[in-house]
Design a protein around this ligand. Structure first.
Ligand SMILES: Cc1ncc(COP(=O)(O)O)c(C=O)c1O
Length: 505
């Protein structure tokens, strides 16, 4: 099946950039094309990969010298692009994590590109900063997170106060990986009283140590390497049977590093590990961090969205003591990539660690101390108007609409888990805390691998895998916007039927 070729985009003259009329025509055609694609996405196999190089082979060896008509360019979405697309928005998308791209967020993204502003300073587009700050405050309330993350620093503060009187606040990063990196840089500077900022890691003379679990996302180790700490000083703390960090091991590792003369600086706790969605005991980890004066970062990339629902607020445990807390609306909340929210309890530390103010960026608003300049909260200088898509989604779905999505996905996961529990051939590797079901074949890894291959060959569904305590796991990550309980039931039927075909171990 191929979706309709973009309509009404045929009359723009080749060789000239689009004018407003041409943009209108091509834009309407493209919106139709996207809507057609989405309406019929379930008819496609979720992931049917072409041979390596097949997509490049369709492209000319050099860029065109003369401009081409937009109608031809859009037509190549079908002929060149589609054969190499894995359908992440498919209702049978159960691999990796949901990467929801709702119509609302697509419109927000379009509006952002249409405005084409850079929001590095408040003064380079005040709406870009103020909507972001405000919407991230909305989310603190909506998700039941601590008031210390509010930009106004809790009930006593108010928008418009000088910077010095406010403490916390939220900022949109591109990804959780960037959030971890900026939090770690701030933690490094706090731990060394800005000595590494002044002289560099080499001159500092002591190893700065990072702690996270052996189930944490690889972005934490990457952040440590990028921040100059070295992977030798990333301690991967063992986990318990559920995949949660062992706090006794954390305490011991910190003690050992202290005794060796190192400087423990940063702990990253995970709420919803990538593998089996394990939830670290953040409140206990926070106690250890307080006792030793370490920065506590929380990575709640996918599972943070669950905090919209009161009954899942266990994901917020310990947040009241976190220095930084991040989650990705670009995963389970239907905001398209890229969109990560990072909250900090004390923004002054982050800003001091990241701020460099060249003359050409000086301006009266910054000097007044009354505005936020988000360039000081992130790695790049330039920044897109990312808050628009989050704002569109929050307003169009409403919190109730978003809660309903989360509840539906969790209840689908629970129903699938109950079927796996009742199956003779399969077992649950852990009890699913939320929307990710981790399954193994009782006959062992080879049988689990064949099951993964069989499910993915079917074409209606796509799953991915991980290894947990040495065992191969079939992960079913439920959270795509288009997924209904009917899809999950059909998936369960297929899984159980294929599992029964395997010889028993
Ligand atoms: C727990 C966790 N943290 C971080 C990440 C990385 O997210 P991003 O791509 O936003 O850096 C992932 C991605 O799967 C994840 O599962």
């Amino acid at each position: 099946m191929t979706p309709a070729t973009p309509r009404d985009a045929t009359s723009d003259p080749a060789g000239r950039p689009l004018d407003a009329e041409g943009f209108r025509r091509a834009g309407h055609a493209l919106v139709d094309w996207i809507a057609d694609y989405r309406e019929r996405i379930a008819e496609r196999p979720v992931a049917h990969l072409p041979p390596p190089g097949a997509i490049r082979a369709k492209l000319p060896p050099r860029a065109p010298e003369q401009g081409e008509p937009m109608a031809e360019i859009l037509a190549d979405l079908d002929s060149v692009v589609m054969p190499g697309i894995v359908h992440w928005q498919h209702p049978g998308w159960f691999a990796y994590f949901p990467a929801n791209s709702s119509y609302e967020s697509i419109l927000g993204e379009l509006a952002s590109a249409g405005l084409g502003v850079q929001g590095m300073l408040w003064s380079t587009s005040p709406a870009c900063t103020e909507i972001e700050t405000h919407v991230l405050d909305w989310l603190v309330h909506a998700m039941g997170l601590p008031e210390r993350f509010l930009s106004a620093g809790g009930p006593a503060g108010a928008p418009g106060e000088p910077n010095g009187e406010r403490r916390g606040g939220g900022v949109l990063q591109d990804t959780a990986s960037s959030a971890a990196l900026v939090a770690l840089v701030a933690a490094r500077e706090r731990a060394t009283a800005f000595a590494t900022d002044a002289c560099g890691i080499g001159a500092f003379g002591r190893a700065i140590v990072v702690y996270t679990s052996d189930q944490a996302h690889s972005s934490i180790e990457k952040a440590a390497r990028l921040a100059g700490l070295g992977k030798e000083f990333v301690r991967l703390i063992p986990v318990d049977a559920t995949g949660a960090m062992r706090v006794d091991h954390l305490e011991e590792a910190i003690q050992r590093d202290r005794a060796a003369g190192h400087l423990p600086a940063f702990v990253s706790a995970t709420v919803g590990t990538t593998g089996v969605n394990a939830i670290d005991p953040v409140d206990e980890i926070a106690r250890v961090c307080r006792a030793h004066g370490l920065w506590l970062h929380v990575d709640a990339a996918m599972s943070g969205t669950a905090a919209l629902c009161e009954e899942f607020r266990f994901v917020n445990a310990g947040a009241a003591h976190a220095d930084s807390w991040c989650f990705n609306p670009h995963k389970w909340m239907p905001v398209n990539f890229d969109c990560d929210v990072l909250w900090v309890a004390d923004r002054a530390e982050l800003v001091r660690a990241l701020s460099v103010l060249p003359e050409y960026l000086r301006n009266a608003a910054t000097e007044s101390g009354k505005v936020i300049d988000y360039r000081d909260w992130q790695i790049p200088l330039g920044r897109r108007f990312r808050a628009l898509k989050l704002w569109f989604v929050l307003r169009s779905f409403g919190l109730d609409g978003l809660r309903a999505l989360v509840r539906d996905h969790v209840s689908m996961a629970r129903e699938l888990a109950a079927r796996v529990r009742g199956s003779a051939a399969l077992e649950l590797v852990v009890d699913p805390p939320l929307n990710l079901v981790s399954i193994a074949h009782r006959a062992g890894d080879d049988a689990t691998q064949r099951l993964i291959d069989a499910v993915n060959r079917d074409g209606r569904f796509f799953v991915s895998h991980c290894r947990f305590h040495g065992r191969l796991v079939l992960r079913v990550s439920i959270g795509a916007l288009a997924t209904t309980s009917g899809h999950v039931r059909a998936f369960g039927d297929l899984l159980i039927a294929r599992a029964a075909e395997e010889p028993r171990g």
